[in-house]
Design a binder for this molecule. Sequence first.
Ligand code: ADP
Ligand code: MG
Length: 414
Amino acid sequence: MNDIHRKIGLSLGADICWPACYEHIMRRLDLKIPTPDGTVRFDVERVSIEPFDLKQPVKYDVVVDRLTHWYHTSREWIKKGVVMNDLYVFNNPWSVQANEKHTSYAAMMALGMPIPETWMVPPKGYAPNPDLKPTLSRYAKLFDLGKIGRELGYPLFVKPYDGGGWRAVTKCDDEQGLKRAYEDSDTMVMHLQAGVNGFDRFVRCIGFGPQTHTVLYDPAAPLHDRYTREKNFISQADEEHLRKITLTINAFFGWDFNSCESLRRDGVWYPIDFANPCPDSQVTSLHYHFPWMVKSYIRWSTFVAGTKKKMRKNLDWEPFYAIAALDLPFEEKLDRYAKIADERFETARFEEWCARHLGHLDEVAWEFFATNECRDAIRQKVAALFPAHEVEQFTELFYNRVQHWRGDHVPAGR
Ligand SMILES: Nc1ncnc2c1ncn2[C@@H]1O[C@H](COP(=O)(O)OP(=O)(O)O)[C@@H](O)[C@H]1O
Ligand SMILES: [Mg+2]
């Protein structure tokens, strides 16, 4: 039988640990998927950055992209690959480019999610522009920042409309604090958002295709302890609710991988930050959860490449709005949104495919995460981030947390 080679391209930047583990595990898995046309094999390659002719072919079936949000040559190569060469890419690059946090809030409010009350205000400062004076003098209305603050109540949050990575986020306890944060925001366009104060759970739900994983998050902890190792911190029903929220957001925006932050107060989950396409995948932040992430990369990329899943070139929002318009309680609407997500991510087919072709992944990954190759991948990432005298100590810490995960996930029959 013929071998059919499916090519998976990794479009990487500062990533070190997850691609190394991904490549090692893919080699160990040595996938050979029987199909009527031949045996499907997978070639994994790192995508290089170089000039390209718009008409040149793209050799990849799937590109896992970690650069779109800031490295524009790769983003434009990917966009050409989708529109000209039938490439499937995680994530939809147009959607990453256009749908910032602001749009994600507005769209999910429209679908009925309890997003905290949010205002946008014109910026305090401007870059020089010849049209600035005529525009502002004619149309900019003086406004009372304090009044918006009183309407939202304190504490509230001031944050960039297109934020990420906690850049310029300020918690304001009173009007004085709000005015100071606004002064400091200078040319950034900011949101003022009502605080979900007194929440009892802060959960991050990572979505990867139809796969989801919830983590209890501690925003006050140092970076390497924010993803906690708590278990059973929410009920099965809450877990299911957050899964549906995350899959709805990701299907709506065409994001194959993304993470959604939600806060629970008085039993209600308030999503507060869910425009994080291309979420943190580093062992130095994920530690215990890192193996889940690497395995999710493998499952979704091999499924998409192996089945030649078609990329949705358009987002097609209408079916979501049609549900939003129905006279139904939110939970019932959410069920229906999640059904669209399951169709778009082909959840049932994915699960069947994994059961049939990736049955040995658990075992292979479990073994791999105890090897020197794994330890070395962790060390390289640590060495890139930590001062020299801490490299040993933090390599041990992250490696030990991965071993903790292994202890909790011993494959059946071991
Ligand atoms: N509405 C809110 N209520 C309570 N805490 C918030 C709210 N908005 C932001 N925060 C806090 O500020 C942090 C950063 O805000 P977030 O919107 O997540 O920005 P970023 O996109 O930079 O991560 C959150 O992780 C949370 O701790
Ligand atoms: Mg956040």
